[in-house]
Design a protein around this ligand. Structure first.
Ligand SMILES: [Zn+2]
Length: 345
């Protein structure tokens, strides 16, 4: 019988739930606008409601555990959301314990970017890689690192904050307060800002027309470039150079077998690819130059699929140990006990 897990992707704007099998397929899906202002209690009620919805759709299937991706910083081992910046009142919330009490299933919590990295690694563009770097380029830049067959967590699960590595000493200030963060110069937001600065409302440019004369976004730049717009192509060329510089750092640091790029801006991956690769070839030391840079494959469901993968056999092998509250679980009675044995084999 196939194994299924209940997965959640807790975002600042959207809360998504799915029942996912161990082939990475979504069997049921439902979502709600996150009640981000309502505090943890309101959002946890939404999680319970969504669980009911997807489980009702699939009455013959019983999940063996719950995987959840949530905004960092969070502590994956303790199952605690430390301080989600996009969710009001989420400070030191023991989300895994709360969900375990409600559902009586093992619960694993993971940073949302790491969850997406796990999804792409197990079921998407990084399948089969021993080491992989996943970079998501959209409003911000985030990512996750698979190193030697397991997700890299670091102290308190805070490793691989890719968007805030410094890659220049100039430019706009990042929301984190620093200048020159990868995210501040290479995110979709930064790309849109450069496009907006380059044009004016009603100037007749393709970029402004696509933006209906409002501020231009990164997506508009990709769209305009597809129409052959010279301004947009130049902006994407500069964007690809910034991405190439950041990727070069990541190749030097983690030496992955493959670098996977996702996020909204990866809709322009084909337009960015050659200049990104050229920049890497120009800047990386010879041994790092030929690492493939590929587009993510799972789209917006990468985080959900990765969250589910936390629960299935084979994930990270050595470090697979589904979270279950230490004090209340009796050995041998929960799914996690069996998993621990399996993981030692
Ligand atoms: Zn920053």
């Amino acid at each position: 019988m196939k194994k299924v897990a209940l997965a959640f992707d807790l975002g600042g704007t959207e809360l998504r739930a799915a029942l996912i099998d161990d082939a990475g397929c979504l069997l049921a899906f439902s979502s709600l606008s996150t009640d981000a202002a309502g505090g943890p209690a309101a959002v946890i009620r939404q999680i319970e409601l969504l669980a009911e919805t997807v489980l009702t759709e699939t009455p013959d299937l019983s999940p063996i555990g719950i995987g959840i991706g949530a905004p960092g910083p969070l502590d994956p081992d303790a199952g605690v959301v430390i301080a989600a910046p996009t969710l009001v009142g989420w400070h030191e919330v023991p989300l895994a314990d709360i969900l375990h009490s409600h559902f009586q299933l093992p619960v694993r919590l993971e940073n949302d970017a790491n969850a997406a990295a796990l999804g792409e690694w197990r079921y998407g563009a990084g399948r089969g890689a021993g080491s992989m770097v996943f970079v998501t380029v959209s409003t911000g830049i985030g990512g996750g690192v698979i190193a030697d067959g397991r997700i890299l967590h670091g102290r308190r699960g805070l490793a691989a904050e890719i968007g805030h590595m410094t890659i220049t000493s100039e430019g706009e200030r990042c929301f984190c307060g620093a200048v020159g963060c990868f995210e501040a110069v290479a995110s979709g937001t930064a790309l849109g800002r450069r496009a907006t600065a380059r044009t004016r409302p009603s100037d007749g440019s393709v970029l402004r027309s696509l933006a209906a004369d409002a501020d231009v976004t990164g997506r508009h730049v990709v769209e305009a470039a597809r129409k052959g717009d010279a301004d947009a192509l130049e902006l994407l060329d500069a964007e690809a150079r910034w991405l190439g510089i950041g990727f070069t750092n990541l190749l030097h640091l983690y030496s992955p077998d493959v670098l996977v790029m996702g996020g909204g801006i990866s809709h322009g991956f084909d337009l960015l690819h050659d200049q990104m690769v050229a920049t890497v070839r120009e800047r990386a030391m010879p041994a790092y130059r030929n690492v493939p840079i590929v587009a993510a494959q799972l789209g917006r469901h990468a985080g959900l699929i990765g969250a589910a993968s936390l629960i299935f056999d084979g994930y990270g092998k050595a470090d697979f140990e589904p979270m279950s509250p230490k004090s209340t679980d009796k050995p041998g009675t929960s799914v996690s006990a069996g998993k621990k044995e399996a993981s030692n084999g």
